[in-house]
Design a protein around this ligand. Sequence first.
Ligand code: FAD
Length: 587
Amino acid sequence: MSNTPHLADPDKNPSFTKGVFSGEIREDLVFPFPVPSAEDREAAAAILDSLRGWAADNVDTRKHDHDGKFTDEVRAGMAELGLMGLNIPEEYGGFGASAMVFNRIMGEIGSIDAALTVYFGAHQSIGCKGITLFGTEAQKQKYLTKCATGELIAAFCLTEPGSGSDAQAMLSTAIPSADGTHYVLNGTKIWISNAGYASLLTVFAKVPVEVDGKQKQRVTAFIVDAHALGVSMGQPEQKMGIKASDTRTFTFENVKVPVEDRLGDVGHGFKIALEILNSGRLGLAAGSTRGTRAMMRHALEYAKQREQFGRPIGTFEMIQRKFATAASECYASDAAWIVTSAMVDRGGVDFSLETAACKIFASELANRTANETMQIAGGIGYSKEYPYEQFVRDSRINMIFEGTNEILRALIALSALQEPGERLKQIGKAFKDPLRSIGAISGFIAGRAKRQLTKAEFAKVHPKLHDEAEQVADVIHALALGVEGLLMAEGKTIIEKQFHQERLANAAIDIYLSVCTLSRATAALEAVGGNEEEAAPDLDCARLFIGAAMRRARRAVRALTRNQDERQKAVAQRAMESAQLCPETPI
Ligand SMILES: Cc1cc2nc3c(=O)[nH]c(=O)nc-3n(C[C@H](O)[C@H](O)[C@H](O)COP(=O)(O)OP(=O)(O)OC[C@H]3O[C@@H](n4cnc5c(N)ncnc54)[C@H](O)[C@@H]3O)c2cc1C
């Protein structure tokens, strides 16, 4: 891959979650809890300060939601603050923010206006990120400099009517011209965020190539001028939430794309798309986590002042349980995106499964929390006069885009099975490329060589968190044993066993979030010389989260061998065949 380096190279770099599936705890990847450099702290503080001041005066999220668009002043303000070039390298006019700072800022925007986060993220996290990662020097000079100022707004065009999760099934084509000067692009891309604001598109299309005398189609990335001849755009989609984020269809009809605007090599487009999305997901996780905090701020204020039965509703334990759960999960989610951002900044780490874990957990946390805040608000929660119904509408999308949570769970489970799979010899090959393999793998035989797995221990957790560390280490050991048993029992059929994949992914997510939480709480304890009372706000959140997460993970591991999968399958199939969910209502 000459022009297309794989930053999170699964073949060379260690992965925390892949280690877990083999029963290993690669503590060095997660401990110590990252301390931002003085430079990063200063940068984040300065940007947060100006962002908050500007947003308080200029961003009216309810008006954006009502109008279905941002005002020109808001978009200009984002550019003036330098936000549109936040993660573009300094040599191309950007701020050159680390992943840590970028995600922190994206998180803050997420707490101000969810649609604005999509505008910001679609531009930088995915729209022009491909040029930063894989562009030639000339492409960077030509495009990134304008993206950094906001003169060019970028969008990412992968999804098509017939290919969403199965991105490789795309039909868009880019045919090289006879004189070799350009490609002719044809196809339709749907659900494109920032479409109405964008001038620069990263587009994925198939290029015909000859391999061993046979015609093949290879996914390839291109930089496309949104205003070029042959590019047309549909009307804005009428969405449930994030309404000001402009989402439309793009149609490409014989669009001439100069050869110098090909991004990376022919055939490297799918890897480029995955790589862009791998790091992009972390911003979404940070945004969802800060969003959770912001939503709960409204609910906390309401629960303090709303009285029923002669006392504030916040004094009732059923309401308190909602705050405690959200607090502990928010603590863990913050820990996870921060640890993972440090992995991205460090380089040489395969963080693809960890960013997926952060995205899944944080998006589901935000969705649950939005519903809980509506419940806490009671009747007014359902009224358009209050912010709660917008929370529910805005937060829902995060579980769908940048890889649906189902696809990301399959990615975590199948990728993480690769290491134990390789150890169990013959089956390793099948897990090399799980996204390509879903539904298409054949021809391997499960290894039967059983080996002993010893339980790994934590060495870097603060002694006062010994019990929690033990719980996590026990679950990691049980999971690794479960994985071995599963691989030997299922062999290649594991590719089709999504009840199991979902369990494996859920256990892996809870384990990763718990380990990041241990790392964060250890740092908090160390900062106060091990004084548990002083560290109580951290320790209570950590202990609540790990206790609940490990109960879920133990259940998931147990269900690898004790489950009702056949029955679940039968019920679902019966429902699909009869188009009736279950036996008719008896009356
Ligand atoms: C508001 C919005 C903004 C978007 N922005 C962009 C953008 O900027 N650029 C872009 O390219 N795309 C964008 N998308 C598209 C988005 O990424 C896709 O909608 C998403 O990837 C899912 O694809 P799909 O809609 O075709 O659903 P499908 O792939 O048809 O999936 C439907 C359901 O089936 C499940 N499913 C599919 N395959 C499997 C499987 N193998 N195993 C288990 N479950 C499976 C999915 O998880 C989902 O629940 C956006 C979408 C929306 C709604």
